[in-house]
Design a protein around this ligand. Sequence first.
Ligand code: PRX
Length: 631
Amino acid sequence: MSDRIHTLSGYFHEYQKSVTQPEEFWARIADSFHWKKRWDKILEWDFEGPNVKWFQNAKLNITENILERHLFTIGDRPAIIWEPNDPEEEGRTLTYSDLYREVCKFSNVLIEQGVKKGDKVIIYMPMVPEAAIAMLGCARVGAVHSVVFAGFSSNALSDRIDDCGAKLIITSDGNFRGNKTIPVKAVVDEAVARTSTVESVIVYQRTKQEVVMKEGLDHWWHELMDGKAETHLAEEMDAEDMLFILYTSGSTGQPKGVVHTCGGYMVYTKYSFENVFQYSPGDVYWCTADIGWITGHSYIVYGPLLAGATSIMFEGVPTYPHPGRFWEIVDKYKVNQFYTAPTAIRALQAFGTEPIAPYSLESLKVLGSVGEPINEEAWHWYHTHIGKTRCPIVDTWWQTETGGIMVSPLAGITPTKPAYATLPLPGIHLAIMDTEGKELSGNSVEGNLCVKFPWPGMLRTTYGDHDRCKQTYFAAYKGMYFTGDGVKRDHDGYYRILGRVDDVINVSGHRMGTAEVENAINEHPLVIESAVVGYPHEVKGQGIYAYVICDMKNRTEANLIGEIKDTVTKIIGPIAKPDKIQIVPGLPKTRSGKIMRRILRKIADGSMDSLGDTSTLLDPDVVDKIIEGKV
Ligand code: PRX
């Protein structure tokens, strides 16, 4: 059963109900799921604690709502279609029945490995169906998965293993990406050696490259799966039991583990998926994200599979072996809904329209965008050349913390405007706040984006540190969840996201904390101090610009810059490598020693004439020297 809205007046009607009677509204949506026991109370909450509980005392297992629920009705429908990196290699299709069997077998593997309800399991894998099977297997036995993007370094991985106390790691031998074969297991080996909680590692064989298998610790996926029973009774979970932890960057140096729970996340991801993408039974849907990010969790795995959709999973990159690869895949599988990031659109835009020409793209009905503001030029290109002006674009604003899409058009229903995420989904009660803590009512206002009322998909805590959750999201504005984004509500009441107002930068749709990158740079023994800011980047949206004070010893600048980039790659991963590094004699600081990032941001984006008053700085001359040496 679907709770799909079909008309604009239907949307306004539902929205109204969802804010005046939120509990009745969500109870109605939740009633279409399979619960082992229904809730006693829909919602208990305060944003002071914060303390948010949806569907109190309800019991469920999210995988029963994906597997058992669909087994006898759409068991033969493809659940996951996997397209490998190399188009010459055979793809794979797993129907809902296949998925049921694989997840049950893997659940039995987990039990055999001693994994129990509440245990933490890290998944560090390429984009293969087994990554989704691993997630669902964990959910089925009640273990808490934490997927770590397989591009993160062994340092970043071991930090996450330590933070959640992971007992098991699921990984692969290697990863095919474009024309590269990337070692994966070797990274896990380094990380495990530095930590003390991991009892076993399960290795899926993908590339068949050589790996070291430690007796008693490492096990091959295929060997463990061999002969396992094809049924497994799902663990009974409380609606508020943890489903997963996903680490994300913030304005401090250490990434935080965002916690999502079983019941609310289930209800919200399915509801938002069906409504935003206007999914109809039988549609083929493709989200190009990686499962290492929240988009992959909510809109490759959980949302689409809860809705009984066919979800495409692509192992490769948009430009391999040619820049028409995305469009080739759209035609090959007759994709109806296509969901990607502005950075990918801009990267493909740079190749012109020739790579698109051989493909009809006629199956497409809806195009989606996520992860960063989409600029008008990319929006029009996407609309004209991919959607052939026929497909509505859903510009979906949300966050790791929100669990699902919060502000977005409903495809084909909400009139769109380029670069606008448009209107909130039903159940999402937004507020725009000024810096003094006053809510800005009415239209044509600009300020900080907050949410006033809980929604089922929201984070519950940051793992192991509830106070951090409170300070980061619930302290800036009393009684509100603060998103960290600036926003404008225009004369039509439409929302346009303006970007982060904190020290978080958005590189190719991935969140990076400036402090996190600075910490990594500072690990280089010759670095004395650094300051990192974002600057506008044609393809990535924002690039990373690092100002670094160094002891040059007898290095050349070029050598040192190369070494610093390598250090960041080693500490975090290639995604955090600065695009530009400028060696500077000093940093602009206030008399109290605070770095004036505002000035550094202006220099990085070339706005030298609007630096403002620099005379109060500790050393005003340093600004001229930085401008002189700008890279
Ligand atoms: O700044 C917003 C930006 O991405 C941030 C969330 O990043 P993350 O938790 O990694 O999740 C990304 C995928 C949901 C937000 O605070 N952002 C995300 N979507 C949009 C966006 N900015 C503008 N428009 C969007 N559609």
